[in-house]
Design a protein around this ligand. Sequence first.
Ligand code: LLP
Length: 865
Amino acid sequence: MNASASAPLAPDAPWVVLKFGGTSVATVERWRTILQLAAARRAEGARVLVVVSALSGITDALKALCACAPIERADALAKIIERHRALAAQMQLAHTAEMDRWLASLQALVVAAAPEQLRWQATVQAHGELLSSSLGAAFMAANGLPTTWIDAREALLAREVPFLNERARVLSAQVQAEPDPALASALAARGEVFISQGFIARDGDGQTVLLGRGGSDTSAAYFGALLRASRVEIWTDVAGMFTADPRQVPGARLLQRLDYDEAQEIATTGAKVLHARCLSPCRRARVPLWVKDTQHPDLDGTVVAPQPTEVAPSIKAISSRRGITLVSMETSGMWQQVGFLADVFALFKQHGLSVDLIGSAETNVTVSLDPSENLLDSDVVAALAADLAKVCRVKVIAPCAAVTLVGRGMRSMLHRLSGVLAEFGRERVHLISQSSNNLNLTFVVDEAMLDGLLPRLHELLIRAGALRTDDVALFGPSWQALYGGGAELKQVPWWHAQRARLLEVAQATPRYVYHLPTIRERARALRALTSVDRVYYALKANPHPAILRALAEEGIGFECVSPGELAAVDALAEARESPRLFTPNFAPRGDYADALRRGVMLTLDSLHPLQHWPELFAGHEIMLRVDLGRGLGHHDKVRTGGAASKFGLPLDQFDEFLTLARERGLRIAGLHAHLGSGILDAAHWPLVFGQLASLADRIGSVRCLDLGGGLGVPSHPGESELDLAALDTALAEVKRAYPQYGLWLEPGRWLVADAGVLLARVTQTKRKGALNYLGCDAGMHALIRPALYDAWHHIVNLSRLDDAATTLYQVVGPICESGDVLGADRRLPESVEGDVLLIAQAGAYGESMASHYNLRPLAESSVIE
Ligand code: LLP
């Protein structure tokens, strides 16, 4: 390492500030990393300032030294001295005069102890950083990187903050940090690489003050602002900020890019990686702030900078804070009463309490108190409540937790939050507050509710397309992928390996391509479920003959809903012997007659056929589809249960149906319920089995229970799969209670969705306002799901699969409707006319729902055997 070998820096060379925390400066190995990083930045042409914390544990040791009995001081001091000398020895430093000087000054302070004085305490504690930075300067110089030690107190001057008490003034000071070109050039004249202390500053009298919790990050930010650095790098032991606390949500994703306000909001509402205070100096001076992992220096980490222009609107993070106290104030006299709020808030001020969130109704105001901003002991709260009781009825609700969604432009995302609201709707929410800066939405709930809530909400946000984990410019790898053994959750889709072949068949587009090995693999997985006696494929999902053949060969039956579907199965020699079901809805009489002629088991779901066409069914076995009163699924339009849906016999007509069936000579051989499509919760089917079984017990002739289809496939990156093993276990368990009934499933999507892709060619590109349109020849006529259900299909540029995704596109088709959008705000490589786009997960309800709209021809299809 020899930085002096490179050409000297120009006086106006950019500054880079690097900050290292306690564990990063505690061992000689870590100091080698610091040395390397500082040398690398210098080699890139930057003037470098390294800001360090005290060795890990030393600040606490110094605090303890301040507080301990006089007799224990010598011992406490000896341990601190010993720790630094040991590190100096490991560093093999010949020259430790600077460190020795600070050890001597610490010793002198201890001799002249004035523990009751805050200034003495501050000066003692400042020695942690003075010592670590002196050691660092000596180590870097001894290892070939001349490094100038500077006293942070020369540069950082605390500002006067009105109403700040003495304790906060000395132990939690704030610094005036406007860009100071004079300081920058004075330092530039003294060297190229510098080291200084975090956590400490001076006040107007030249005395030492401290910067409070997270003080070293804050120091680095102050230095960055003063020097107008090209960036501040905070080196820590995690890769950056994440979409949620990774200890609770292992699938939380690295946030690669945040603007200052979002980062501030995330830091304030729970994340511990960055202290909220260090953001505003950087924001004011427009200095980018990077968070990087010392153990994984190659990772990009989090960059906090002014907002980039092209990003998908997205929730960035979900965070939680415990220990929140709510104060609810109720008075009938409050409505339009002048000054009520002023009066009650004056009491909060008197008790030194700062209010966080506020909710108000006609006769009630509820506010929250955050423990990180307040000294919340029960005495303070009780005293406040006693005073408030003189002007209103008071209720203190604690312990509560605040769960906050953070993201710029929260209001524009509200329509995507119905799943999240429903999750909260199941529990008691005391207060909902939307910040006036449109950056956060907070729910205050009982603290006990927090367990397991964050992972659920994180998943719901991804599923709703509100947390846009697909945008690779914003969201990096998951915590699990980075630190949990490196395993990504999802395997690489089949079409990666088939790229050349797909590009070949894309000569004529739009074109669906189906991968039969994937379908067979899915079929085998379902057939392997020991609790399931028969699987029928709902061929409305995709009636391609090659798919029907493959499934028949795998031993799967067929669920049909029209004479056309029955005929499609009958047309195939391989399939026509397979078990078949006919499950129509509001079908004409002739359809039932057709099915009976073909010898297919049919399902009725209303009284009408029995009342009006009894002769058709006499002597036959049928299935009865019931409505269990609720629907489920990925969109309102595919939920097929409950009063608002047209499916199933309502249970209040159940007895009448049984009577009619008996009178008409029909046997009810099975019960059926299908509540909707795209369900990812394995608990759903066992519940339906239990309900159908207890109904079946009232009939007597029932042999099988058909739980419908609806097995979902996750579509957004990072969403979890339906847990088949859990499904099997839970079904086996309910079946043990009702061993007399066979269990049938009739999935469509699960078998085929991932096995199909839609290939399209780019037709034109267009820039309009802030948006980039990418037009292709597949529109809503080829794939209607995005337009109809807001469905999410992953889109890639197959011609440029390995290029970096840099541009945010609106991917649209050629149809004359504004709804003809296949994907909004998709990050893709810069694309041109003729490129082949691949629209993934198009095997289910893609081709089967395509139309000739605008008289465009139907998409072609190909099969990969
Ligand atoms: N059984 C019955 C009675 C059904 O109505 C359906 C689907 C299924 C089984 C198969 O459901 P699956 O396993 O595929 O979820 N076009 C919509 C889906 C509509 C589903 C209609 N019924 C979509 O593209 O999401």
